[in-house]
Design a protein. Structure first.
Length: 309
């Protein structure tokens, strides 16, 4: 399945003034030197071709063709300078629309029929120095922290990859059947880059901290649904309007994320390019603990207590 687009320019009264048909007609006039020959080449009546040209000229307020004198045929037509300028602008506009159409289609229809799904990079490369051991495999109410986080990521919506430096995390992913990429990079940007490399051609990418174990599937679905209804947006889960994680990026910004350097992630890109701020949308979590990550053993105890309530 793929989208299709026909770009038309309308006059002040809403009637079509220019579009694919007149565009092709003018190109054929340029090639053949004759409006009549251009019409014949398109299987179009000469009277209709003349009508299309005159309607466009009336809408734009300038001539599109002019008569030429002499030659083997005794004369013909050529494009005016204004017509050539119109063609260049129209085709640039049409190409830009097609690019946007394809991107917006992929985002709005991600996962529908044969349209690529949204990718999901689970960030699991931290060394957990404050925790003291590899926290992602530590049990929370009997289930490893990372496994709880992964349970919130619906496989009918997302292509998930866990990116880690940890052999323990890799082993856990193997046990529960989740795709894992192990790398040696020490920086956050390395994790982002490895994740995107593993997910080529996705319609967008959700970045999820592996240590957010009370994240719910309902909230993830809400983030994805908001993204699909507002293509080109950067959608974050949040609490009381304050943005948090996870964060879903549109496909057009993924190359910029892959080009990040140093111990930085998407937040650095948002800080560097302030114009991105107007594209950020925040979806409210069902409860505050959904956006809580686990940095210390005290954090883990807090979440244990919450689950017992």
């Amino acid at each position: 399945m793929r989208p299709d687009l026909r770009a038309y320019l309308l006059g002040d009264e809403g009637a079509r003034a220019f579009g694919p048909g007149p565009c092709e007609l003018l190109h054929r006039v340029e090639e053949t030197g004759s409006l009549r020959a251009a019409a014949v080449g398109m299987g179009m009546a000469y009277t209709k071709a003349t009508r299309l040209v005159k309607a466009a000229e009336s809408a734009f307020g300038f001539k599109l063709t002019e008569r030429t004198i002499g030659g083997a045929g005794g004369g013909g037509s050529r494009l005016t300078a204004e017509a050539r300028d119109l063609l260049a602008r129209y085709e640039a506009f049409e190409h830009a629309c097609v690019d946007d159409l394809r991107r917006n289609f992929n985002e709005c229809f991600s996962g529908f029929c044969d349209v690529p799904r949204i990718g999901c990079v689970v960030m699991a490369s931290g060394l957990a120095r404050r925790f003291g051991t590899q926290k992602l495999v530590e049990p929370l109410a009997g289930v490893p922290i990372l496994e709880r986080t992964l349970s919130a990521l619906p496989d009918d919506l997302l292509d998930v990859v866990v990116v880690t430096r940890s052999a323990d995390v890799e082993e856990l992913c193997d046990v529960i059947g989740v795709r894992c990429v192990r790398h040696a990079g020490a920086l956050q940007s390395d994790t982002v880059r490895e994740g995107l490399k593993a997910l080529p051609g996705v319609a967008g990418c959700l970045f999820v901290p592996g240590d957010q174990p009370l994240l719910t599937e309902a909230s993830v679905r809400a983030v994805v649904a908001d993204f699909q209804m507002h293509p080109g947006s950067i959608v974050r889960l949040g609490w009381h309007g304050a943005p948090a994680s996870p964060i879903l990026w549109p496909s057009e910004e993924l190359p910029s994320l892959a080009a990040l350097e140093g111990d930085t992630g998407g937040s650095a890109l948002l800080a560097r390019r302030q114009e991105l701020g107007v594209r950020v949308r925040v979806v409210e979590a069902a409860r505050e603990l959904e956006v809580q990550d686990v940095d210390t053993r005290e954090d883990l105890e807090l979440l244990e207590s919450a689950l017992r309530v």
